[in-house]
Write a protein that binds this ligand. Structure first.
Ligand code: ATP
Length: 279
């Protein structure tokens, strides 16, 4: 059974996985410098044509990383391979040093995947759903209940905690799915378009929750088409086009790399993804 350490829990020792206890602000800075949460090397996936093309990516622990790129660039395919939902043709994925292709269960223990098409159990209330998910992780109800209530509160779902999800809007369902993905307190949170379809209040809740997680030492990687969100929230931004990383860095670095000191991320993005080599 999982045990609680402060607001975080440790997974059983027999799983052979280390989940960190509370991260202090100082240690976050050290982690950001020293450790990588995710390392992707030569990741490749072909469907009828090449979707992800020998992609290399390193995300530091404690970092908020935004992956942006045009439709069909390979963002979702990349993240699905990282999350263990799709087998790459070749390449390697390491999550906190765990080889995710060799040890997918161990890798999944320390990460969360939040799809842009959330699947939840309609007949359950949000609270029941979170307790169900916590049960799958082997977390005792006495531990999971306060965590679930906390998550529902952070996402503005508290007033609806006893209503069945079947009557929920798309945005509410997205938030329930996000809460479900966080209930086992993952160290790496991977989200595909988490803000699409959310109203301003819900988007604020989700952004607030993610920022809070990063402050607590978690690593977040998300795809977004909302460049303003990438610009304001991300420590670093990766621009992907035709399955390849065509630029990466802080907004300042991206501007420097492209010789435009004051340009907006939108202008940079359009310039980068329309470069001949990105086509
Ligand atoms: N299951 C699949 N079968 C066949 N082709 C696929 C499949 N999934 C993705 N693709 C193709 O792979 C390419 C990359 O798709 P992907 O969904 O990763 O792009 P994306 O960057 O996430 O796009 P968007 O921003 O539109 O969500 C596209 O050409 C897409 O049509």
């Amino acid at each position: 059974m999982a045990e609680f350490v402060g607001r975080r829990f440790t997974v059983p020792k027999h799983l052979g996985i280390m989940v960190t206890s509370d991260a202090k602000p100082d240690s976050v800075a050290v982690m950001k410098r020293d450790k990588s949460a995710l390392e992707v090397l030569g990741l490749t996936k072909r469907f009828d044509r090449l979707a992800v093309d020998s992609l290399d990516l390193t995300i530091h622990a404690g970092e908020f990383y935004a992956l942006v790129g045009p439709n069909g660039a390979g963002k979702t395919t990349t993240l699905r391979m990282v999350a263990g939902l799709l087998r790459p043709d070749s390449g390697a994925v390491s999550i906190f040093g765990i080889d995710a292709l060799e040890n997918p269960v161990a890798a999944k223990q320390v990460m969360a995947w939040v799809s842009d098409e959330p699947m939840i159990y309609d007949k359950l209330t949000p609270l029941e759903y979170l307790e169900f998910v916590a049960g799958l992780w082997g977390i005792a109800p006495s531990v999971s209940k306060p965590v679930a209530q906390d998550l529902l509160g952070s996402l503005g779902l508290e007033p609806h905690r006893h209503e069945r999800c079947e009557g929920f809007s798309k945005g509410m369902r997205q938030k329930v799915a996000l809460a479900g993905a966080l209930v086992h307190d993952p160290r790496l949170i991977i989200l595909d378009e988490p803000l699409t379809g959310l109203d301003a209040v819900s988007a604020r809740h989700v952004k607030g929750l993610l920022s809070e997680r990063v402050r607590a030492g978690c690593t977040v990687i998300m795809t977004t088409h909302i460049l303003e969100v990438a610009e304001r929230m991300a420590d670093r931004i990766g621009v992907i086009a035709s399955g390849r990383l065509v630029a990466e860095g802080t907004l300042t670095e991206l501007r420097q790399q492209n010789g435009h000191a004051d340009t907006s991320l939108e202008d940079l993005f359009i310039a980068l993804v329309t470069l001949p080599e990105a086509a």
